[in-house]
Ligand binder design. Structure first.
Ligand code: ATP
Ligand code: VIB
Length: 260
């Protein structure tokens, strides 16, 4: 059984059993900022709940533009740990500002992998260097809207990442979503932040059998496929704090995010 939620303190994703260190629950979260617009409120929330902050190439422009109006103090408060990519989108003024603050900027010329993949590789290297520490939960800021090829890349990449990472989610001003692996899931819903709409999207699988509770339109051992029934424009039910989903194959779960 996997349990997850998004609460008012920021992204809170939990799958399986959290690691216990000296009797206390220890989770750490990594944030990768992609090159897509986001509101200052959303940034505040996901930044505060993350320990490692990385910008994928032009994601650094987005961070800088949201933060720079707050002056030097804000720039220092929102200083990323790493900027990485082929750096064809990073603006010279942004590069200069972060370089002068001592931010690590890594150029990776590979044209067979995206800037998002390059940043995930950096996170994996960081984790490999402290193998006794628990894996980071990963939050992507952006990636679910904008260019269709990039958006489908996000869907595909997270579908593949489920095999090697326990917890990855993508958040934008309008949506939050992640891949539910085959099995049973509980999603704890904070209705002040999430809804009203949600979707169960069988992308990357031929078909799946779905059983749900807590939704306006529930399914009972019902086949869903890209070619057949897709549960889009479904609704979270206000009276229900938990949505339960059983799926025979991996699917994308998405929820609408209310204005923060
Ligand atoms: N229009 C978009 N829609 C959705 N996601 C995007 C979009 N543009 C960029 N991204 C995400 O932000 C990351 C950084 O993007 P950036 O614009 O800096 O580089 P890019 O050259 O467009 O992307 P890449 O080099 O990865 O193909 C991308 O890897 C992708 O995950
Ligand atoms: C079959 C195939 N299609 C597209 C690309 C292009 N591409 C994919 S990732 C990437 C990096 C962008 O920073 C680029 C240019 C490729 N290499 N191979």
């Amino acid at each position: 059984m996997c349990t997850r939620s998004w609460n008012t303190n920021g992204a809170h994703a939990q799958t399986h059993t959290p690691t216990q260190t000296n009797g206390t629950t220890h989770r750490r979260r990594a944030l990768i900022i992609l090159n897509q617009p986001f509101s200052p409120n959303l940034l505040k929330r996901v930044w505060a709940s993350s320990e490692w902050h990385c910008c994928a190439d032009g994601g650094a422009n987005r961070l800088y533009d949201v933060v720079a109006s707050g002056g030097e103090d804000a720039l220092l408060q929102y200083k990323p740990d790493l900027i990485k990519g082929d750096l064809d989108s990073l603006r010279p003024d942004v590069r200069e500002s972060y370089a002068s603050q001592g931010v690590e900027i890594v150029y990776d010329a590979d044209q067979d992998s995206t800037d998002l993949m390059k940043c995930v590789a950096a996170l994996q290297a960081l984790e490999a260097a402290s193998a006794d520490e628990p894996e980071y939960e990963l939050v992507l800021l952006g990636g679910l809207a904008g260019r269709l090829d990039q958006t489908v890349h996000t869907l595909s990449y997270l579908h593949k990442l489920r095999k090697t990472r326990r917890s990855v989610m993508a958040v934008t001003d309008d949506n939050i979503g992640w891949v539910l692996d085959s099995g049973k899931h509980e999603v704890h819903i904070d209705h002040s932040v999430l809804g009203p709409t949600c979707g169960l999207l069988p992308v990357g699988v031929e078909k799946t059998l779905l059983t749900t509770s807590g939704l306006r339109w529930n399914l009972e051992n019902h086949q869903s496929s890209f070619d057949g029934l897709m549960s889009t424009s479904n609704h979270l039910v206000k009276a229900e704090e938990v949505v339960r989903i059983e799926t025979s194959n991996p699917i994308w779960w998405t929820m609408e995010l209310r204005d923060l």
